[in-house]
Design a protein around this ligand. Structure first.
Ligand code: UD1
Length: 421
């Protein structure tokens, strides 16, 4: 198993190119199931979750070709011969549940292993299933699998989501594009990755309006052609590098991303005392004075994203004053806290609230990553710590960050991957 050794307290400076967004690439790859033709998807990040997605598509019989040097995946939609996303794959990547919409829409049937809980919470899929029931599907749970059937195909429907769930919005949208009739998704999630999925679906001939707002309207069509799309940049990766630069009192530019993707986070960074500048295609965060406390609550887009909470918390350990953080999206997303405390942070948790007292000097230690964004927060803290931090269980990190140690090294960080015996 690999681990990362981070030797802290070197100011980062320079520019780094942001990869395609994991959370956009996954639904977009699954959307290729909707067409019998060949799809070509560019700007794919090189990540473990992408490999898992390809294994799910392979399990469905689709032929896939990953041109690693080009960050491009080609998928032949003609060879679909199975309707089942197996347990071994869903277990490692919950987003596999996104095959439901495309399979029900194209073939009227799907079997997907029930995802079960994960490190950050229970994460049920009831909103997805209720949406498809509104569209005429029926579900049974058998042998740990969700078995969905829509023998007469999905029908357009009015679907009001109880909460703007990202996954439920994506799944419903992918079902609706091939449904018979019109669908209105109300209280839809507004994340940029959903807008990217809508653009990808439109390249296949789908008729969608309103993506990026709470009301998405879809006119079902009877067939879709192959997809031709380039995935949008990863805002979570971008924020991770900006926070890494600031915690080292440095100056980092993230290239290839529009500041509007990061608006809520950039407002908070400015409030904390960072100097933020941007061009249409890049954002720079510069340390100009000691950072001060800020408080925030995680919310659906355009609010502050839960996927950046752990990284911001690491940064706030070096800000003067008491910062309050409320996590409202997932019930168990403070697992990085005990590890940050091992590095010297002063953080207390009460329910879904964390209180961070800063600044506290951090000193390197061995820490264990418990999920993807928690791993990123420990790297950020390690970059500010005195001495060496050893980050173990970095397979979480490899699920969502492409070559993070190379990119950080390019900015001047002292970080190496080591093989643990
Ligand atoms: C996606 C992202 C994840 C991000 C999250 C919130 C991907 C692959 N993952 O996850 O990185 O942290 O959005 O921005 O894009 N819920 C239910 N029932 C459902 C669906 C969701 O109760 O049927 C609850 C969840 O348990 C959670 C909340 O709704 O508490 C938000 O979940 P959701 O927006 O669906 O997140 P994901 O799509 O799983």
């Amino acid at each position: 198993m690999d681990r990362l050794r981070i030797t802290g307290q070197t100011p980062l400076s320079g520019s780094v190119k942001i990869s395609g967004a994991k959370n956009a690439a996954l639904p977009i790859l699954f959307a290729s199931i909707l067409s019998k033709e060949k799809s070509v998807i560019k700007n794919i990040p090189l990540l473990a979750d992408i490999n898992t997605t390809l294994r799910v598509l392979d399990a469905l019989g689709l032929k896939t070709l990953f041109k690693l040097d080009d960050h491009t995946i080609e998928i032949d939609g003609s060879s679909l011969n199975s309707l089942e996303a197996p347990y071994e794959l869903v277990r490692t990547m919950r987003a596999s549940v996104l095959v439901l919409g495309p399979l029900l829409a194209r073939n009227g049937e799907a079997r997907v292993s029930l995802p079960g809980g994960c490190a950050i919470g229970a994460r049920p899929v009831n909103y997805h299933l209720t949406a498809f029931e509104r569209m005429g599907a029926k579900f049974d749970i058998e042998g740990g699998y969700i078995h969905g059937k829509a023998p007469n195909g999905l029908k357009g429907a009015f679907v009001r989501l109880p909460f703007p769930s990202v996954g439920a919005t994506e799944n419903t949208l992918m079902g609706a594009v091939l449904a018979d009739g019109d669908t209105l998704i109300q209280n839809a999630a507004r994340e940029p990755e959903i807008a990217d999925l809508a653009r990808a679906l439109r390249s296949m001939g789908a008729k969608i309006e309103g993506e990026g707002t709470s009301n998405i309207q879809v006119k079902g069509v009877s067939e879709l052609k192959g997809m031709n799309h380039s995935v949008s940049p990863d805002r979570v990766e971008a924020f991770t590098f900006l926070a890494s630069g600031l915690i080292t009192r440095g100056k980092v530019t993230v290239e290839g991303i529009d500041a509007t993707y990061l608006q809520s986070a950039l407002e908070l960074l400015t409030q904390a005392g960072a100097k933020i500048t941007n061009t249409p295609n890049s954002v720079t965060a510069e340390f100009v004075k000691d950072l001060t406390k800020v408080s925030f609550t995680t919310e659906p887009f355009p609010g502050f994203p839960t996927d950046m909470q752990a990284q911001f918390m690491a940064l706030l350990t070096q800000a003067k004053g008491t910062s309050h953080i409320s996590e409202t999206i997932f019930e168990n997303r403070f697992m990085h806290v005990p590890e940050l405390v091992r590095l010297g942070a002063k953080i207390q948790i009460k329910g879904n609230q964390a209180t961070v007292e800063g600044p506290t000097p951090l000193s390197g230690a061995t820490v264990m990553a418990t999920d993807l964004r928690a791993s990123a927060s420990l790297i950020i803290a390690g970059l500010a710590a005195k001495g060496d931090t050893l980050l173990r269980r970095i397979y979480h990190l490899d699920r969502g960050y492409e070559q993070i140690e190379q990119k950080l090294s390019q900015l001047g960080a002292k970080i190496v991957r080591e093989h643990e015996k």
